[in-house]
Design a protein around this ligand. Structure first.
Ligand SMILES: [Cu+2]
Length: 257
């Protein structure tokens, strides 16, 4: 009988210990999550006669990487048999499309753009493949379906699930506000080849390069800032510090090799 009671107490203590340590682990994970969700401060000021950073993203090595053609595994009658990955869109002058060029350390400047980022589903691919989003001013991702079939939006921000929702038919739309900065990847569970990226910023100083590899970031208040560039295949690189003077344009080349 006595043995039985002490055994019961022992088990009770073990269970309590497990509960307490898992609670501690959960609160630690929660604290880390809250820390990573913290939005850096940004102050909106009137920018008069701001400077511009513009230039080109170029591939500087000899062997230009080829874009991949991905095999379509479902809805082939509508999507076709192959779809371009659009990872490496590099023109004859080695200009790279879909590079995000941004200021890394700006804490005040012009207002956040009010227009949302539209990520459409067109012919079984996300359109655009790469875009930039901004936190604040009602800025959000509008996920639209232009296809006559089911797509779903499975989005992650810096590796953590942001949302996972269905777009069952043509014309359907899901709107979600950006809630933290970082790289948002968008996938579709129905079509595993589908992929799109939205780089989310807490300030408006970011641009995506066009098919020539060109970009322009205007209305920057005078000061010295780090310019960085990201590409889904080449990674994120620093382009060095750039001093912005009122009304002047600084040419910054984003060289990837
Ligand atoms: Cu899909």
């Amino acid at each position: 009988m006595i043995q039985n009671i002490s055994m019961k107490q022992f088990i009770k203590k073990i269970v309590l210990c497990i509960l307490m340590s898992s609670f501690a682990l959960f609160s630690q994970a929660d604290a880390l999550r809250k820390q990573s969700d913290k939005i850096p401060e940004y102050k909106v000021i009137k920018v008069i006669d701001g400077g511009t950073v513009s230039g080109k993203a170029v591939f500087t090595s000899e062997k230009v990487p080829k874009d991949e053609m991905l095999t379509v595994t479902s809805n082939r009658e509508f999507c076709g048999e192959k779809i371009a990955a659009r990872k490496y869109i590099i023109n004859k002058d080695k200009g790279i499309k879909n590079v995000v060029v941004y200021l890394a350390d700006i804490s005040s400047g012009k207002d956040i753009p009010a227009q949302p980022v539209i990520v459409d589903n067109v012919k079984c691919a996300f359109e655009p493949h790469v875009s930039v989003g901004f936190i604040g001013k009602g800025n959000m991702a509008v996920n639209h379906n232009s296809d006559p079939m089911f797509h779903n939006i499975h989005a992650y921000i810096t590796g953590r699930l942001a949302y996972n929702l269905g777009l069952p038919e043509k014309g359907k739309e899901i709107k979600r506000k950006f809630y933290k900065p970082g790289l948002m990847s968008v996938t579709c569970n129905a079509h595993p080849w589908m992929l799109s990226y939205v780089q989310i910023f807490h300030h408006p100083y970011a641009a995506v390069t066009n098919e020539k590899g060109a970009y322009s970031i205007p209305d920057i208040p005078a000061g010295t800032y780090e310019v960085r560039a990201w590409h889904e295949g080449f990674g994120d690189i620093s382009l060095g510090k750039e001093t912005i003077t009122p009304g002047k344009t600084s040419n910054v080349i984003a060289a990837f090799k």
